[in-house]
Design a binder for this molecule. Structure first.
Ligand code: 9PG
Length: 775
């Protein structure tokens, strides 16, 4: 038999042909385990087939989506029910990872049902002595995603027995003990010394995949498992699990999941709105499910008045117009006329109507539920499968593989898109298209059923309609949605609460709350612009709510630093002018690069960096977030920021509008209020005139598009695509004599810092500014 080993740099893999033991060395770590599959025959319990004795080993050279590589193929002797396994392992010339997948072959005469495909179950991991921390990805938009310290239990859904599918994958068992973790698609193990291991499925279209991790000393385990949902496999047929990857990492690292995400995107190409998604307004976080047509109309009037100042182009009606979930083409008595009539009015006033729909969800009182009972996904025993409970409403899922569901999807989306002219769809509760159950087409997995459903919607909608995924299992939506909600709901309060109770739910990361939406979305930033445009949920800026001013500033700042899709959800006619400015400061989206230096080692990352390059020189925005409940001084080392240690920095504090010069050494803040943020724009101090910052745009200067230093004057242009009054802070070697903005005199204000001046500017889309120095 051929050699049973593969080598490439730090990666070494060996399969023992007599026992099937897979030995994998990744740098200084080593893992040992087996591959397995779980299958059953009709009416009998599941049995495990383990790859043990190799009957064939083959090597070849390949050239696939990840480049040139060497492949090892191992065929194992048949196990129970004459099921055979075939393992493929690849190492690549220019990739730091090993990929593997497992095939299940039915060599028997009767059908088998495939439940699980496990390309690697590593039951032994050599990795130091201490306990290992975990990082886990969650199943859908609202699922907990983030760091789990080894001494804490992985956060689980509140009232799981009622609301499990709303928070997590209902078929994935939750880890019981601290030190055990389970991630959907991808997870990481981490040690104190900065060594990390990434393990995940890069194939995401056909089967859901979990990575089970145990970081406890003496119990270490890493299992990559696909769920095949009991799909039948006929005699002589083969079914492949998804491709998985493993790679070691040294932390800190600028982009720990970059290799993983790029590999996913090479197999399932992402979809990106170009050049960026249209910003909008939504009814949900102000009016919730009590929204009326009048609320919409008043806000449309306000949007028209604010158009130059706050150029939002989509008006998105959320949940609340329908008489019942499922009856999406009808409207309730808060809407005297049809949704189509409202949409036409929105278009007439020059905006784009956007509509919320929950295409795979029905409630029992809907006419769809009564008229198309066959479209509702059921258990093998015929009971509808629960999709959870929303505001005391029992939700059920539709079966996307059923022709009746397909007929309903056609009807809803053809009406909404072709008749009503909706070009922006927020598609919610999409996990309801992937609930576990007995599907009409039993050969489709849950992941395939959802992807089929989303594909059908995309086909009806066409390429130009913007689709936002929400409550959506991440993998199967890649390439089909343009924008993805990557965290739970924001709310007009900071911590999660249920029925007015806060104390019990602090660790319930899937419940609506500002903290939850920010923390989880930041842990999914690595998906941004790779799979879709990231949506960290709507912005709420109004004063009339339970968020403090500091908390609202944190919301604004995180959305900016994460480069999130912007949708404002406040009652605009009553919104305070200052708050309108806060929201407007996020527009337009300006190019920059986000870094989260502590990722993946903090549940709620407290430091965000965004690097900008522009004609006024490169600068960086540094956001330090105080997640604590008491005021705190926050700091960042220059090393982490990649800034020279010895050079003073020009700093502009965006929220306090203060310019200063920071001495060499670490950057330290004044006390930051609970849940507040300090946002600094930093530039190394150099001789000559310099931009310090602006209060026009949250990037603090990226809107300056032209910068020309002459002998006695400084010329620069501002491009904002909206109207704004504000100021630009400048460091000038000589006191300015006079200033002009758009040909008119501009006021110069001295600051308390020698050599730093603020120049008042008025921008009408663009502005040309000239500063003349004395003498
Ligand atoms: C409309 C809303 C908004 C919001 C969505 C989604 O009960 N729950 O677990 C639950 C979770 C999320 C949720 C509502 C209920 O919000 O994210 O933006 O569109 O639906 O109903």
């Amino acid at each position: 038999m051929a050699d049973s080993a593969l080598y490439r740099g730090e990666i070494h893999l060996h399969v023992n042909p007599d026992t099937g033991l897979i030995l994998l060395r990744l740098g200084s770590l080593s893992l040992a385990g087996f591959c397995r599959a779980g299958v059953n025959v009709a009416g009998q319990p599941k049995v495990t087939v383990t790859g043990m004795r190799a009957v064939e080993l083959a090597h070849d050279l390949i050239d696939d989506a990840h480049g040139k590589g060497q492949r090892l193929v191992v065929r194992f002797a048949d196990g129970p029910h004459d099921v055979g396994l075939r393992l493929e392992v690849v190492v690549y010339e220019s990739r730091p990872f090993v990929t593997l997948r497992l095939g299940v072959l039915n060599h028997g005469v009767s059908r088998v049902f495939v439940q699980t495909i496990t390309p690697l179950d590593a039951i032994q991991i050599n990795w130091g002595e201490g306990p290992l921390d975990g990082w886990v990805n969650g199943f859908h938009s609202w699922s907990f995603t983030g760091f789990v310290p080894h001494n804490c239990r992985q956060p689980r859904p509140a009232f799981g027995f009622l609301t499990r599918p709303q928070a997590a994958n209902p078929t994935t068992p939750m880890p019981r003990r601290p030190g055990q973790y389970v991630g959907e698609w991808v997870g990481m193990l981490l040690d104190e010394g900065g060594q990390a291991l990434v393990a995940g499925f890069i194939g995401v279209e056909d089967q859901f995949g979990q990575v089970y991790l145990d970081g406890r000393p003496g119990h270490r385990r890493l299992m990559l498992q696909n769920t095949a949902d009991g799909v039948p496999l006929g005699s002589g047929e083969v079914m492949w699990g998804e491709w998985a990857v493993l790679y070691p990492l040294r932390l800190p690292h600028p982009d720990p999941l970059g290799e993983y995400a790029e590999a996913v995107a090479r197999l399932s190409r992402g979809r990106l709105p170009a050049p960026y998604p249209s910003p909008g307004w939504s009814s949900w976080y102000q009016f919730f499910d009590r929204v009326t047509l009048d609320d919409l109309l008043r806000n449309q009037v306000a949007l028209t008045k604010l158009r130059r100042q706050l150029p939002l182009t989509v008006v998105q009606l959320d949940d609340g117009y329908q008489p019942a979930w499922g009856d999406w083409l009808a409207h309730n008595d808060r809407f005297p006329s049809s949704v189509g009539g409202w949409a036409a009015g929105v278009r007439d006033s020059g905006f784009q109507p956007g509509l919320w729909l929950s295409p795979f969800t029905v409630e029992p009182s809907s006419s769809v539920f009564r008229s198309y009972p066959e479209a509702v996904l059921r258990t093998a025993g015929g009971r509808p499968v629960s999709g959870g409970v929303q505001l005391r409403r029992q939700l059920y899922g539709l079966d996307p593989t059923h022709p009746a569901t397909q007929y309903l999807l056609h009807k809803v989306f053809e009406t909404a898109i072709k008749e009503w002219g909706i070009r922006y769809l927020k598609l919610d509760f999409l996990y309801c298209g992937a609930l576990p159950g007995a599907r009409h087409d039993p050969s489709r997995t849950r992941a395939q059923a959802l992807r089929d459903g989303l594909k059908l919607i995309r086909d009806i909608a066409g390429e130009d309609v913007t689709m936002v995924g929400c409550g959506c299992p991440l993998g199967p939506a890649i390439g089909l949605v343009d924008i993805m909600r990557v965290g739970p709901d924001v709310a007009p309060y900071w911590y999660p609460q249920l029925l007015g109770i806060r104390a019990l739910f602090r660790e319930s990361f899937s419940l609506p709350s500002a903290r939850n939406s920010l923390a989880v979305s930041l842990n999914r930033h690595w998906t941004h612009r790779r799979f879709w445009w990231l949506d960290a949920d709507n912005l709420i800026v109004r004063k009339q709510q339970s968020l403090t001013d500091a908390e609202v500033q944190t919301l604004v700042t995180v959305l900016a630093m994460a480069d999130s899709h912007l949708v404002l959800s406040d009652d605009l006619p009553t919104l305070e002018p200052e708050r309108i400015q806060w929201a407007a400061s996020l527009l337009p989206y300006l190019p920059g690069r986000t870094e989260i230096p502590t990722f993946p080692c903090q549940t709620a990352p407290d430091m965000l960096i965004r690097r900008y390059a522009g004609p006024a020189g490169p600068h960086l925005a540094l956001a330090l977030i105080n997640w604590q409940d008491v005021p705190a001084r926050l700091s960042a080392s220059r090393d982490v920021l990649g800034l020279p240690e010895q050079i003073p920095l020009l700093a502009f504090d965006f929220w306090s509008r203060r310019a200063s010069v920071l001495p060499p050494g670490p950057i330290e803040s004044a006390p930051v209020p609970p849940h507040g943020v300090v946002l600094l724009h930093l530039r190394p101090l150099v001789p000559g005139p310099q931009l310090v910052g602006t209060d026009l745009h949250i990037s603090g200067g990226q809107e300056v598009v032209h910068w020309d230093v002459r002998r006695d004057s400084l010329h620069f242009d501002i491009q904002l695509e909206r109207c704004a009054d504000g100021a630009v802070w400048l460091k000038l070697p000589a006191p300015p004599h006079r200033a002009e903005c758009g040909g008119k005199p501009a006021e110069i204000v001295a600051t308390d810092q020698p050599g730093i001046y603020a120049v008042r500017v008025s921008v009408d889309g663009v502005a040309e500014v000239i500063i003349y120095s004395e003498g």
